[in-house]
Design a protein around this ligand. Structure first.
Ligand code: MEV
Length: 319
């Protein structure tokens, strides 16, 4: 990889979204594809840092005001990087960012572009960074977009390993078993705002606290069992836990007719379990199988049920 280039994985929450905001465990995995990429290179000395966002067709020269809204996070990323490592100059370089990860769909697109951007800056300026630093800095950026992030997205994307995550505790790395499986992901085509869905759950909880907290605790228990099932390759068990988690997410009010349709289609295609993944109310769902023919069938079923994009990812400890 060239000196100032870096990338970052997307992520899939297998169990525990929303409950994780309230201190329960959640299980998440990084996905090698789709990914985000960033590259830093030198520019004319003295010029302000320029930012190119290839997906938006934006080339910002560092001077024009107002700063385009899509560029603002990257301006903050640069400021945060320079604050942490004062040897990073305030002028004379440029950064370009692009991502294959659709935004607002639960796959961690914002987190991944931030992680790729920090890594590219640190690599270009040869600062000695750790993935923990990347995670902490990305978390600060997440807080600007979504008032109460649990920290699961920045942690799984920076660690790039499956984790059982609990807010405020060290994440537990989950080993990938020998027996492989496939996750089939379907995108409803509806973008969601994680901040808005998390805030809606908080509002609903304020009127029904005991009920919501009991649901969160049940989800937390499913996540812990799911982590054991994942490590042991007990995929049938993990599928059942995903189904149960989906029912609890519906009770929290974060599913949607489109998600329910895709989840139903994946189950009818014979998968071991299916649920929404991420904040919900749109975005993506994921289904599990060990059978490649079933994965193909489920993908076709998702397309027929209205998914605007689908992909299959294989989880395996041998590449
Ligand atoms: C978003 O990927 C997962 C949520 O649980 C929010 C969070 O954990 O910050 C919905």
């Amino acid at each position: 990889m060239v000196r100032g280039a870096a990338d970052a994985a997307s992520k899939l929450i297998l169990l525990g979204e929303h409950a994780v905001v309230y201190g329960e465990c959640a299980l998440a995995i990084p996905l090698r594809r789709p990914r985000a990429e960033a590259a830093v290179s030198g520019a004319l000395p003295g010029r302000p840092v320029a930012i190119e966002l290839e997906d938006f067709g934006i080339r910002w020269d560092g001077r024009k005001r107002p700063v385009p809204p899509e560029v603002r996070s990257f301006v903050r990323i640069i400021a945060a990087a320079a604050e942490r490592f004062p040897q990073i100059p305030a002028r004379g370089w440029k950064m370009s960012v692009r991502s294959q990860i659709p935004s607002g769909c639960g796959l961690g697109s914002g987190t991944a572009v931030s992680a790729a951007a920090f890594r590219a800056i640190f690599r270009y300026f040869r600062v000695p960074y750790t993935e923990r630093t990347v995670s902490e800095l990305v978390y600060e950026i997440e807080k600007l977009h979504h008032g109460n992030p649990s920290g699961i997205d920045n942690t799984v994307i920076s660690m790039n390993r499956p984790i059982l995550f609990r807010r405020g505790a060290a994440p537990r790395v989950i080993t990938v078993p020998r027996k492989s499986c496939f996750f089939i992901v379907g995108h409803t085509g509806k973008r969601h705002s994680t901040a808005a869905v998390v805030a809606a759950v908080a509002r609903a909880r304020s009127g029904r606290r005991a009920e919501y907290d009991a649901i969160f605790r049940s989800i937390g228990r499913l996540s812990k069992r799911g982590a054991r099932a994942f490590e042991q390759g007990h995929w049938r068990e993990l599928g059942k836990l995903m189904d149960r988690n989906q029912e609890l997410l519906k009770r929290l009010g974060v599913s949607s007719p489109e998600l329910d349709a895709l989840v139903g289609a994946a189950r009818s295609a014979g998968t071991l379990g299916a649920k929404l993944s991420g904040a919900g109310r749109g975005g993506c769902m994921a289904a599990l199988t060990t059978d490649p023919a079933c994965a193909r069938r489920a993908r076709r079923a998702l397309q027929a049920a209205g998914a605007v994009a689908t992909f299959v990812t294989r989880i395996s400890n041998h590449g």
